[in-house]
Design a protein around this ligand. Structure first.
Ligand code: SF4
Length: 422
């Protein structure tokens, strides 16, 4: 049976008339606002590269601020959605900030409906689609700005919400040309060039971030020091969604790795998963079929894979799991991820049901608990995990373990590998 939702979304009409047609296609004065929400956190470079390629000036690409209660109160009040997870509900505040909160008005509000994501696991899993709430989020939130009157139209803003499968690159040019040609007065060829530029920008950023993560692991290996892996969805990098829990831990001297930017280098991954492949449990280091069969959802797949990496990687002695209130996608993953991580004695701490308010007191107590366990058990965990691996560590020769001591200062590269588009 034909499922008409996708064509309807792809052909969605914008809110008001498009940017005026210009023979020279001079778009240098066009200002585009992008709500910094959901999977924009790991795909922002694609949108920046795409827009710059079609002639939008860097200073005219505006991202909304990080999520905050104030943002929601000031700009999203009365436009919220009911019965949804916090990361989606919070989008109303981002839309409102872009519409009402700009000194220099935007012309276009670009809020893509991202259907699938680029992923290091692409080709090793069933699919890399996004959560349905993520995909439909822009439609859901837009309704709050149209229910009484067309707020975008009144503000002279064109609302554009292209449906796009960033995980299936061959589809992107056609999807974006269909949905944005009237918005930006785009030709097919320039859309093609812009898509290419977008992916180049995204790939280059991701590669750089993965390289930084590898540098952190190399430092840890050289100094036999532990680090922490954050298992979370991309938007937990938003300080108003993830509440900077990882920042508080980093302040105690523990380098932080984000799942989204774990190095997927062949040498390192083959070393970590060598035994599993020899036993025939998995076909490649990116195969998660041993722990997660229904591998359709991109972020869920990566969370399961990250748990497996953490369980094997000696210097990741602790996993911090973040999850938002009302997250339907995370519910079935809580027990498996915890069991995978703890199977090798790696520490596991979960902050579930994160919402708008930052429970500062509770977080502080839990941070102290985590730091205590890290200091007490990290050396033992590293030694044990190293014994299970071959001695040919691709991160370089490993020194002998020093007697337990206080946590040292972090490495020069031990900054949080973070993906802020601002
Ligand atoms: S993955 Fe969870 S938190 Fe994220 S949009 Fe979906 S239901 Fe909400």
């Amino acid at each position: 049976m034909r499922f008409p939702t996708l064509p309807i979304w792809s052909a969605k009409k914008r809110s008001v008339a498009s940017v005026p047609k210009d023979k020279n296609k001079d778009r240098s004065q066009v200002r585009v606002g992008i709500p910094k929400v959901l999977n924009i956190w790991t795909t922002h470079q694609f949108w920046v590269g795409f827009l710059k390629s079609i002639g939008i000036e860097s200073e005219n690409i505006v991202f909304s601020s990080d999520t905050s209660e104030e943002q929601g109160r000031e700009f999203g009040k009365g436009r919220g959605t009911v019965d949804c997870c916090y990361p989606v509900k919070a989008i109303s505040g981002h839309y409102g900030e872009l519409v009402f909160g700009q000194k220099k008005k935007i012309n276009i509000l670009l809020s893509p409906m991202i259907h699938s994501l680029p992923s290091v696991l692409h080709g090793h899993v069933v699919d890399t689609v996004t959560c349905t709430r993520v995909m439909a989020g822009p439609e859901n939130i837009k309704a709050g700005f149209l229910k009484e009157r067309d707020v975008f139209g009144e503000a002279g803003i064109t609302y554009a919400s292209p449906f796009v499968s960033l995980g299936d690159r061959h589809m992107v040019t056609e999807q974006l040309h269909t949905s944005l040609k009237d918005v930006f007065n785009l030709e097919l060829e320039e859309t093609e060039r812009a898509v290419k530029a977008g992916f180049e920008a995204l790939d280059s950023f991701t590669e750089k971030a993965r390289k930084q993560s590898r540098d952190i692991l190399t430092w840890c290996a050289k100094n036999q020091k532990p680090c922490i892996l954050v298992l979370a969805r991309p938007y937990h990098m938003d300080t108003g969604i993830g509440h900077e829990i990882e920042g508080d831990l980093q302040a105690h001297g523990y380098p932080i790795l984000w799942l989204q930017y774990l190095p997927g280098d062949e040498d390192l991954m083959n070393w970590l998963f060598e035994a599993d492949m020899q036993m025939g449990r998995i076909k490649s280091p990116f195969d998660i079929s041993d722990v997660w069969m229904s591998s359709y959802s991109s972020n869920t797949n990566e969370i399961m894979w990250g748990a497996k990496v953490a369980a094997r990687c000696p210097w990741i002695t602790c996993v911090v799991r973040l999850s938002s209130y009302e997250c339907g996608m995370d519910q079935p993953t809580y027990t498996p991820t915890q069991k995978i991580v703890e199977a090798t004695g790696t520490l596991f701490f979960k902050f579930g049901d994160l919402d708008s308010t930052k429970p500062a007191g509770g977080i502080k107590i839990r941070i102290e608990t985590i730091v205590h366990y890290l200091a007490k058990y990290s050396q033992k965990i590293m030694q044990q995990k190293l014994e299970w691996l071959s001695p040919n560590c691709p991160l370089g020769p490993l020194p002998a373990f020093a007697p337990p001591d206080a946590v040292q200062e972090g490495p020069a590269v031990a900054q949080q590998v973070h993906s802020s588009p601002s």
